[in-house]
Design a protein around this ligand. Structure first.
Ligand SMILES: *Cc1c(COP(=O)(O)O)cnc(C)c1O
Length: 374
C-alpha cells in the first residue's frame, strides 16, 4: 500500500456501535444481573419485534444463518431422497445447509443483469423430488418472487434473506413472500449481532413450532423430547444487541441507499471505461434494494482489485468461485461451463466498501482509487 494513503475498510462497524452503545451496555447489565443467558426475555422480545419488522407472524431465533436454513429445510420436510433448488451464485452456506439436511442441492444459473436466481431457468430444475426452492436475496436485492411463486406452484419456497434485512416489494419484506425464510445476523450483515446469530421467519405457526422444536433438542416442554433435534438457539446477549440495532435498521438501510446513489454518480463516467455499475431496474420491479453489497463489474478484475488494495481500499469479491466449482461440492457432479452466467460474473464482480456510516469523502477516495486502478 502506498505511504500516506488512508485505509478504507470494507465494513466499519464502529460508528454503528457508537449509536447503540449505551442501550447495549444497559441491556448487558440487565442480562448479567438476571443471569438469564439462555432464552431470556430479550430473546422473546426480539423475536416479536423482528417478526413485526418483517411483516410475518412468527420469528424463531437460532444460533446462526446456516442453521436457520437447515432447520427451515427440515421443518419443510426436506431430507434424504429429496432435492432442493438454489442459485449457483450464492454464499456456500446456502448449499451447505441443503447437504446438512440430507437433501441434494440442484443449482440454477443467475439472471444476467441482477445475478440472482433466474426464474426462466427454474422450471427445468424442478422434479417430483423437489422439496423446496431457495431463492437468495443476494447483495440486498430481492429475487423475482412473483415469477418464482408462479413457477413453484405447490413446491414450498424458502427465502435466504441473510443479505436483505429490510428489503421490500410492494410493502412485503424479505422473508414475507415464501412459506418460510432464513436470515443471518453475522456481524457484517445489515442487521448484525456481536457474534453468531440467525433467525427463521414464517407465517405458519406449525412451521415455526417445528423449527423451535428442532433448534432446542427436539423439545418445547422441558425434558420432553418429541424428536431428534439440535442445539441452535439465539443467546440472550445477542438478542440485546439485535433489539437495539433493529430500531435503527430502517434508517441505516436508508443511509446505504444514499451511499449507493452517491457511488452511482461518482462512477457514472467510468461506464465508458468498461465498468458496469449496479443500476439495475429495481424501481421498475417495485423492489427496494438495501445494498448489503455494492457490486460492480470490471474487465481484468484481479488487476483492478490489486490496484485498489495497493491504494488502501479494501474491496472484496462476492463470490470468487460459484458453488458448483467449489471442491467441497465436487460430488454433485457439476462441471465448468454448467452455469455460464454465474461463472462469467465470478471473474468480473468486485464489491466496493459500503456500510451505513461510510462518508462522502471515503466514497470519493474509493472512486478515485478505482479510476487509477483501471
Ligand atoms: C451470511 C450468509 C449465510 C450464512 O449465515 P451464517 O450466519 O454465517 O451462518 C447464508 N446465506 C447467505 C446468502 C449469507 O450471506
Amino acid at each position: 500500500m502506498a505511504e500516506g494513503a488512508s485505509v478504507i475498510p470494507f465494513v466499519d462497524l464502529r460508528a454503528a456501535h457508537e449509536e447503540v452503545a449505551e442501550e447495549i451496555d444497559a441491556g448487558f447489565a440487565r442480562v448479567l444481573g438476571s443471569t438469564a443467558f439462555m432464552q431470556g426475555p430479550d430473546v422473546a422480545a426480539f423475536e416479536e419485534e423482528y417478526a413485526a419488522f418483517s411483516g410475518v407472524a412468527h420469528c424463531v431465533g437460532v444460533a446462526n444463518g446456516t442453521d436457520a436454513i437447515e432447520l427451515a429445510l427440515r421443518a419443510l420436510g426436506a431430507g434424504p431422497g429429496s432435492e432442493v433448488v438454489l442459485p449457483a451464485n450464492t454464499f456456500v452456506a446456502t448449499a451447505e445447509a441443503v447437504l446438512r439436511a440430507g437433501a441434494r442441492p440442484v443449482l440454477v444459473d443467475a439472471e444476467p443483469a441482477r445475478l440472482l436466481i433466474d426464474p426462466d431457468r427454474l422450471a427445468a430444475a424442478i422434479t417430483p423430488s423437489t422439496a423446496a426452492i431457495v431463492p437468495v436475496h443476494l447483495y440486498g436485492r430481492l429475487a423475482r418472487m412473483d415469477r418464482i411463486a408462479e413457477v413453484a406452484g405447490d413446491v414450498p419456497v424458502l427465502e435466504d434473506a441473510a443479505q436483505s434485512q429490510g428489503a421490500t416489494r410492494d410493502g412485503v419484506g424479505a422473508g414475507g413472500f415464501g412459506a418460510i425464510a432464513a436470515t443471518s445476523f453475522y456481524p457484517g450483515k445489515n442487521l448484525g449481532a456481536y457474534g453468531d446469530a440467525g433467525a427463521v421467519t414464517t407465517g405458519s405457526a406449525e412451521l415455526a413450532r417445528r423449527v423451535r422444536l428442532l433448534g432446542n433438542h427436539g423439545s418445547v416442554v422441558k425434558y420432553r423430547h418429541e424428536t431428534l433435534g439440535f442445539n441452535s438457539r439465539l443467546d440472550t446477549l445477542q438478542a440485546v444487541v439485535l433489539r437495539a440495532k433493529l430500531r435503527r435498521l430502517a434508517e441505516w438501510n436508508d443511509r446505504r441507499r444514499r451511499a449507493a446513489a452517491r457511488y452511482g454518480e461518482l462512477l457514472a463516467d467510468l461506464v465508458d471505461a468498461g465498468v458496469t455499475i449496479p443500476a439495475s431496474p429495481e424501481e421498475a420491479l417495485g423492489t427496494d434494494h438495501v445494498w448489503h453489497l455494492y457490486v460492480i463489474r470490471v474487465r481484468d478484475r484481479d488487476r483492478v482489485l490489486a490496484g485498489l488494495h495497493e491504494q488502501g481500499v479494501q474491496a472484496q469479491i462476492h463470490y470468487p468461485v460459484p458453488v458448483h466449482l467449489q471442491p467441497a461440492f465436487a460430488d454433485l457432479g457439476y462441471r465448468a461451463g454448467d452455469f455460464p452466467v454465474a461463472e462469467r460474473a465470478a471473474g468480473e464482480i468486485l464489491s466496493l466498501p459500503i456500510f451505513p456510516h461510510i462518508t462522502p469523502e471515503q466514497q470519493e477516495e474509493v472512486a478515485g482509487a478505482l479510476r487509477k486502478a483501471l
